[in-house]
Write a protein that binds this ligand. Structure first.
Ligand SMILES: Nc1nc2c(ncn2[C@@H]2O[C@H](COP(=O)(O)OP(=O)(O)O)[C@@H](O)[C@H]2O)c(=O)[nH]1
Ligand SMILES: [Mg+2]
Length: 322
């Protein structure tokens, strides 16, 4: 499962954002995941296609892809020297595939700035330095341990983790193209996402439809969850495929460039081992023609073999023998 660690200086809006993200993607209560720890949340990856397929197939169940967010507090200037919560955050970050670095742009003088927090560029530097220092420590520790031994274990350096910058801007700044361009350029080639955490938090009771309308008033196309997930998929080179039937409609996450057997393996290792073929339709064809039968009749249901490279939005049924 995609795992995103939310870091940033104190009082930049990490927890506000974490709550908004986990609310926005709240999974149905009977979903087989429970909340693990208060700072960990597993949520549904937003995918409008699932509701369409649910209706078309009259499916009993819908299972979205999931993403895990971890609200990682304690990273402050001097954290590597034991300030803040010490090094507890390191373990959390190591487990994540991608870091979401929340940067304060909003002004609100009622919210005190953390010690050492000044402006976006400065704050980014403080966090980056702490991650670098933590890596140096790891390096030294491993070097000591390795003396005389040949062991060459993989060291998970924090600086190797891809970073998405999430700028927490004021409401009126959401429409400020100049500002956003400048901030995006300051972190390029990394992805930059712009949100107003407070606004996102206010939407907790709203339906997906209401969220969209609400955000459009502020010139925002998509909520923070959609934006962040999209940026994470792009950063990590991921894509989705879909399976659909009357029993269940489901979204799966695979890397871009994955072959059909690899996609099958995402569902079950047996599917990959015993892979025979994949029956593939384009989601767009399915929607345009209205049903699987119609897609078939139009000659647009393809049978693909072992070397087929999966495309975003493929609706697939795998044939295999075990
Ligand atoms: N004005 C304003 N306040 C915010 C925004 N995001 C968070 N806050 C406030 O900033 C304070 C710290 O937020 P919190 O999410 O706890 O920050 P954290 O320390 O990074 O987890 C809280 O009082 C929030 O209500 C924002 O976008 N605008
Ligand atoms: Mg917090």
């Amino acid at each position: 499962m995609l795992k995103v660690g939310i870091v940033g200086l104190p009082n930049v809006g990490k927890s506000t954002l974490f709550n908004a993200l986990t609310n926005a993607g709240a999974l149905a209560a009977n979903y087989p995941f429970a909340t693990i720890e208060p700072n960990v949340g597993i949520v549904a990856v937003p995918d409008e296609r699932l509701a369409v397929l649910e209706k078309m197939y009259d499916a009993k169940k819908v299972i979205p892809a999931t993403v895990e967010f971890v609200d990682i507090a304690g990273l402050v200037g001097g954290a590597s020297k034991g300030e803040g919560l010490g090094n507890k955050f390191l373990a959390y970050i190591r487990e994540c595939q991608v870091i979401c670095h929340v940067v304060r742009v909003f002004k609100d003088t009622n919210v005190v700035r953390a010690e050492g927090s000044k402006d976006p560029q400065h704050d980014i530097g403080v966090i980056t330095t702490e991650l670098e220092l933590a890596d140096l420590e790891t390096k030294e520790r491993v070097a000591k341990k390795r003396k005389g031994s040949e062991a060459a274990e993989e060291i998970p350096f924090l600086m190797d983790k891809p970073v998405i910058y999430m700028f927490n801007v004021d409401e009126d700044e959401l429409k400020d193209k100049e500002l956003k361009k400048r901030l995006a350029e300051s972190v390029a080639p990394n992805q930059a996402v712009f949100v107003n955490a407070k606004l996102e938090a206010e939407m907790s009771e709203m339906t997906a439809e209401e969220r969209k309308e609400f955000l459009q008033e502020f010139g925002v196309e998509e909520d923070a969850l959609s934006e962040l997930v999209k940026a994470a998929y792009e950063t990590l080179g991921l894509q989705s495929f879909l399976t659909a039937g009357s029993k269940e409609v489901r979204a799966w996450t695979i890397r871009q460039g994955a072959t059909a057997p690899e996609a099958a393996g995402e569902i079950h290792t047996d599917f990959q081992r015993g892979f025979i073929a994949a029956e593939v339709m384009k989601y767009e064809d399915l929607v345009e023609l209205g049903s699987e039968q119609a897609v078939k009749a139009a000659g647009k249901l393809r049978t693909e073999g072992k070397t087929y490279v999966m495309q975003e939005g493929d609706v697939v049924e795998f044939r295999f023998n075990v």
